[in-house]
Design a protein around this ligand. Structure first.
Ligand SMILES: C[C@H](N[C@H](C(=O)O)[C@@H]1CCCN1C(=O)[C@@H](N)CC(=O)O)C(=O)N1CCC[C@H]1C(=O)O
Ligand SMILES: [Zn+2]
Length: 604
C-alpha cells in the first residue's frame, strides 16, 4: 500500500490477502508440476540434456517462489489474526534457495546434479576372482554382496570400491555446494543452512531434544552392538577386531551399516526356530515386484486409505529399466502437486528388505493423497519425520509373525514365544541398529554448514561421528581429506536432510502405540497388528490429512495425547529383547572407545 508519504506500508487487509493466496495456490501447482515432471525425466533417464532441462525448470520454479515471497511481504502477515493464513504466508515468505541470484542458483543445481549423477552411475570393477573385468553398480550388485557375502576380502572390495568410485569424486564440489546453501540461508536470516533445516521442526531446542532422545536409546543400542560384535567375532574368527570395541563397518550386512537385518540368520536368539526373513517364501509363492506393491496397498486400504490411482501404475518406475537407460535407482516417492499424479521410482527386487521399502515409499504416496486438498504450502509432513513414519508404522503391523502368518508368508510358529524373540531380534537389527546412523549424518552436516571443520577434515569429521555414535570403524585406512565417505550415502549428494529418519524412528512407535490403543488391542505392542481396524485407520488419517497446516506438537497431541517426541513406546516395544540381551551379554564388555576412531584408521 503506497502511503501519501510515499512510503510503503504493509497491508493488514486479510481479505485481500486471502484472495491473493487463493490465486497463488492456483498458479503454483502448474509451476511445481513442470519442475517435478522435468526432475522425474532426469531421474528416470540420466542424460546431460535431461539434467539441463531439470535445472532450467528448477530455476523457473525458484524465480516464481522468489517473486511470490516478495509479493507476500507486501502484507503485514506476522500480525494477521487468521492463524492459518499467517502460517501460509510465513511459508511463502521463507523462499529457501530461491533467495540466491540466478547465477548462484543455477550453479547450485548444476553442482547438485553433478554429484547425484556421479552417485547414480558409479560402478566398481576388479572384483576378487573376476577375470572378465566386469564393473558392478551399487543397485543391485554391490548391495547384494554387502548383504549376502561373508568373505571379508570381498566385502572390503565392495565397501572400499564403492566409496572410491562415488564419494571420493565429490568433496571439492560439495564444498562449493555447501557454500551456496549457506549463502541462501544467510540471505533468509539464518546463521547457516543447518539452522534453516532445523527451523522446519519449529522447536528452539531441537538439537538438544534429539541429543536427549539419543541418550535415552543408547543403552539399547549398546546391548545390541555388544551382542552382534560377539557373534561377528566368531564368524570372522580369522580377523582381528579393533581393541577399542568398534565393529569393522563392512561386515554388518549393509553398505552403510545402517541396517543389520542381513545378519538375521546368524543373530537369531533361537536358531532352530523360524526367523522372519520371508524372502524365500516370497519367491516360492511367485511374488513379483507388483505383488509387493499390491500387498502394501492392501494394508493401507484396510485402514480406509485410497488405493493407488490409475496413473500411479501407468507412470511409476517400479524396477530397474533394461533398455540401457541410466536411472537414479535410490527409491523415492513423488508428489506432482496437481492432486492427480503420484509416483514411486525404485529398482525393486523381490525380498524382505524391498517389501519394507515398498511400504515406506507407499506411505509417502498415501500422505500426499490424504493432504492433496490442502493449500500447496501445507502439502508436507507435520514435520519431515512424520512423512518418514507413515509407511514404517504400517510395516510394524505387517512384519508381525501373526500378520505374516495371516498372509501366508510365515509357515508356522506365530504364537511360539521363541519365534517371538527371533522376531524382536530381526526388528532390532532394522530399527535399533539404525538409531545412531539416523542421528549422526546431520550432526556432521550441521557442523559442516556451521564451519566447525574445514575441507581438509571433511572425512575426518565424518569418521569421528561414525566411530563415536555407531561404534563402527573403517576396515581399511581412510584419508581425512582425500576421501569423502559421506558422499557414498545417497542423501549427501542428493542434499536430502537425514535427521527426519531419526525423528521418524521415535515417532513411529508413538503412532503404533496410539493406533493399537485406538484398536482396543490388548497385549505387548510388538505383537500388535492394526490390519483392517477402522479406529486405527481413522486416527492415522485424521493426522495425515492435516499435512503441515498446524504446528506438529498440536497434530501429535491430537493423535497420541502427547505434544512431545518420546522414546518410551520404542523402549517398551523392545523391552523383552532388552532383558534377553542383558542376560546374553553378561560376560561382554559393553560399548567402545567413544573418543574417536581406532588409532591409525584415519590418516591426514
Ligand atoms: C529409500 C528411502 N528413500 C527416500 C525416502 O523415501 O525417504 C527418498 C530419497 C530421499 C527422499 N526420498 C523421498 O522419497 C521423498 N520424496 C519422500 C518425501 O516426500 O518426503 C530412504 O532413503 N530411506 C528410507 C529409510 C531410511 C532412508 C535410507 O535408505 O537411508
Ligand atoms: Zn521416506
Amino acid at each position: 500500500v503506497l502511503l501519501s508519504s510515499g512510503c510503503f506500508a504493509q497491508s493488514d487487509d486479510e481479505e485481500a490477502a486471502q484472495i491473493w493466496v487463493d490465486q497463488y495456490n492456483q498458479d503454483v501447482q502448474g509451476v511445481y508440476f513442470d519442475y517435478v515432471s522435468a526432475d522425474w525425466t532426469y531421474n528416470t533417464n540420466i542424460t546431460d540434456h535431461n539434467s539441463q532441462l531439470a535445472n532450467e525448470k528448477a530455476a523457473e520454479s525458484a524465480a516464481f517462489d522468489n517473486q511470490k515471497a516478495i509479493e507476500a511481504n507486501n502484507w503485514d502477515w506476522p500480525n494477521f489474526q487468521n492463524e492459518s493464513l499467517k502460517r501460509e504466508f510465513s511459508k511463502i515468505a521463507d523462499m529457501g534457495y530461491a533467495a540466491l541470484s540466478d547465477e548462484d542458483f543455477n550453479n547450485m543445481t548444476k553442482l547438485n546434479s553433478n554429484m547425484t549423477t556421479i552417485y547414480s552411475t558409479a560402478t566398481v570393477c576388479n572384483k576378487p576372482g573376476d577375470t572378465n573385468g566386469t564393473c558392478y553398480p551399487l543397485d543391485p550388485d554391490l548391495e547384494e554382496v554387502m548383504s549376502s557375502s561373508r568373505d571379508w576380502d570381498e566385502l572390503v572390495w565392495a565397501w572400499e570400491g564403492w566409496r572410491n568410485e562415488s564419494g571420493r569424486k565429490m568433496p571439492d564440489t560439495y564444498e562449493q555446494f555447501a557454500e551456496l546453501l549457506n549463502k541462501a540461508a544467510v540471505i533468509n536470516g539464518y546463521a547457516d543452512n543447518g539452522e534453516y533445516w532445523r527451523s522446519w521442526y519449529e522447536s528452539a531446542d531441537f538439537r538438544q531434544i534429539c541429543e536427549n532422545l539419543w541418550l535415552e536409546l543408547k543403552p539399547l543400542y549398546q546391548q545390541l552392538h555388544a551382542y552382534v560384535r560377539s557373534k561377528l567375532r566368531d564368524i570372522y574368527s580369522g580377523h582381528t577386531f579393533p581393541g577399542t570395541g568398534h565393529i569393522p563397518a563392512h561386515i554388518l550386512g549393509n553398505m552403510w551399516a545402517q541396517s543389520w537385518l542381513a545378519l538375521e540368520q546368524e543373530m537369531r536368539p533361537y536358531p532352530n526356530k523360524t526367523g522372519l526373513d520371508v524372502t524365500d517364501e516370497l519367491i516360492k509363492q511367485g511374488y513379483n515386484n507388483t505383488g509387493l506393491f499390491l500387498l502394501a496397498e492392501d494394508f493401507f486400504v484396510s485402514l480406509g486409505m485410497d488405493p493407488m490411482v490409475d496413473n500411479f501404475w501407468e507412470n511409476s518406475m517400479i524396477e530397474k529399466p533394461t533398455d540401457g537407460r541410466e536411472v537414479v535407482c535410490h527409491a523415492s516417492a513423488w508428489d506432482f502437486y496437481n492432486g492427480i499424479d503420484f509416483r514411486i521410482k525404485q529398482c525393486t527386487r523381490v525380498n524382505t528388505e524391498w517389501l519394507i521399502t515398498t511400504h515406506h515409499e507407499m506411505g509417502h504416496i498415501e500422505y500426499f493423497m490424504e493432504y492433496k486438498h490442502q493449500p500447496v504450502q501445507f502439502r508436507d509432513g507435520a514435520n519431515p519425520g512424520f512423512h518418514e513414519a507413515i509407511g514404517d508404522v504400517i510395516a510394524l503391523s505387517v512384519s508381525t509373525p501373526n500378520h505374516m502368518e495371516s498372509i501366508g508368508l510365515l509357515p508356522e510358529g506365530a504364537d511360539d514365544p521363541e519365534v517371538d524373540m527371533n522376531f524382536l531380534m530381526s526388528e532390532a537389527l532394522k530399527k535399533i541398529a539404525f538409531i545412531p546412523f539416523g542421528y549422526l549424518i546431520d550432526q556432521w552436516r550441521w557442523d559442516l554448514f556451521g564451519e566447525e571443520f574445514d575441507r581438509n577434515n571433511y572425512n575426518g569429521a565424518w569418521w569421528d561421528v561414525r566411530c563415536r555414535y555407531q561404534g563402527i570403524s573403517p576396515p581399511v585406512t581412510r584419508s581425512a581429506s582425500g576421501d569423502f565417505d559421506a558422499g557414498a550415502k545417497y542423501h549427501v549428494p542428493a542434499n536430502t536432510p537425514y535427521i527426519r529418519y531419526f525423528v521418524s524412528y521415535v515417532l513411529q512407535y508413538q503412532f503404533h502405540k496410539a493406533m493399537c490403543d485406538a484398536a482396543n488391542y490388548v497385549g505387548p505392542y510388538h505383537r500388535c497388528d492394526v490390519y483392517k481396524s477402522n479406529e486405527a485407520g481413522d486416527l492415522l488419517r485424521a493426522m495425515m490429512e492435516t499435512g503441515a497446516s498446524r504446528p506438529w506438537p498440536e497434530i501429535l497431541e491430537q493423535m497420541t495425547g502427547s505434544r512431545n517426541m518420546t522414546a518410551q513406546p520404542l523402549i517398551d516395544y523392545f523391552q523383552p529383547l532388552m532383558d534377553w540381551l542383558i542376560e546374553e551379554n553378561a560376560d561382554e564388555t559393553l560399548g567402545w572407545d567413544e573418543t574417536g576412531c581406532p588409532v591409525g584408521s584415519i590418516v591426514p
